[in-house]
Ligand binder design. Structure first.
Ligand code: PBG
Length: 343
């Protein structure tokens, strides 16, 4: 590429001499033409809406670090699910804020068929069957220490956690989850969840693997939303990926594909577009990104200060996921984007 050949004596060249007559701006000259050559598009079908559920009735709890995001009691979540379905959003992802008194060292309440996430799933599925439900099969909302695994003598124990997550996935499927999303990064979780689902007769429940989940500073507002930020001791670096490692992320994804993942996800989103692209190219499975709470908060905070145009930043960030190879995005912006795309 980098071959500049210029006769030593002939002075500055014209632009046509420099470009060989190629004028790349031609296809950008008008809106109609830019639309004609646009390579990727964002549609409502690309949106998965993560929602937070809380106990109680008729409750909408605002989240200070996530403007425009509220935690819903189940009845409100049902009506929001109805609104989402009307907007054409294909699926919701449910995250529960579990009462502190129900959390323990092993996250045992995840095995209660009537816990908050299962009740929410059942209620939404019954009232709004046409919207897909994704459940996070993870212990962190249920443990007294905020970790995604069972903690024994300071160690997150892998195999015991896997067995519990697999059992929880079956309960979530029984409650009506269409897709379970194991998000703990334990070894062997995808195969174990697949086996457990199949054994229980849930062959048609799909697995979206949090294939590459990074130990990230961008989860802060989420931890506030589900009430784990005050509980979490230490970090998640013995199970989540190091932000520095893309090859390891691909090995994780490969393992999940071998074990039976139907879809892959990368989390967080924007700082990891390279991983998304590599994963899509390598495995060619439906690939998703989770635009996490901290990413959302950054855009919102800058917009609230008048430092960026929030709406444009929102749309641009989501379009860029598509360009990077995503088939869809979990995003707290989902209902707002859906409204915008509709209008
Ligand atoms: C953990 C989990 C996390 C998120 C969803 N489920 C990460 C964590 O707390 O470590 C983050 C989502 C977000 O930040 O929006 N199972």
């Amino acid at each position: 590429m980098n071959k500049m050949t210029r006769p030593a004596t002939s002075g500055p060249r014209t632009v046509d001499e420099i470009t060989g007559g190629r004028r790349l701006r031609r296809t950008r000259k008008a809106d109609w033409l830019r639309r004609m050559v646009q390579e990727t598009r964002l549609t409502v079908d690309d949106l998965i809406w993560p929602i937070f559920v809380i106990d109680g009735e008729n409750r909408r709890d605002p989240l200070p670090s996530m403007p425009h995001v509220e935690r819903f009691s189940i009845d409100v979540a049902v009506s929001e699910a109805r609104r989402a379905a009307r907007l054409g959003i294909p699926a919701l992802a449910i995250f529960p804020n579990i009462e502190i008194g129900l959390r323990d060292q092993t996250g045992s309440h995840i095995l209660d068929a009537d816990n908050l996430i299962n009740r929410a799933t059942r209620a939404i599925k019954e009232a709004v069957p046409e919207i897909g439900i994704i459940t996070d099969a993870a212990l962190d909302p249920f443990t007294s220490h905020g970790h995604d695994g069972i903690l024994r003598e300071g160690v997150i124990v892998n195999d015991e956690t896997v067995a519990q997550v697999a059992a929880a996935a079956v309960l979530q499927a029984a409650a009506g989850a269409d897709i379970v999303a194991p998000s703990d990064m334990m070894d062997g979780r995808i195969g174990a969840v697949r086996d457990a689902l199949d054994a229980a007769g849930f062959q048609d429940v799909a697995i979206m693997s949090y294939a590459a989940k990074f130990a990230s500073a961008f989860y802060g507002p989420y931890r506030e939303a589900i009430g784990t930020s005050g509980l979490l001791k230490g970090d998640k670096k013995t199970y989540y990926l190091d932000a520095a490692n893309a090859s390891e992320a691909l090995r994780e994804a490969e393992q999940d594909v071998i074990e039976g993942a139907d879809m892959l996800m990368v989390k967080p989103g924007l700082p990891y577009l390279d991983v998304i692209r590599q994963m899509k190219d390598e495995f060619d499975l439906p690939t998703f990104a989770y635009q996490v709470s901290g990413e959302y908060a950054m855009i919102e905070a800058a917009a609230a200060n008048g430092w960026i145009d929030g709406e444009r930043a929102m749309l641009e960030s989501l379009l860029c996921f598509k360009r990077a190879g995503c088939d869809g995005i979990l995003t707290y912006f989902a209902p707002r984007v859906a409204e915008l795309l509709k209008g």
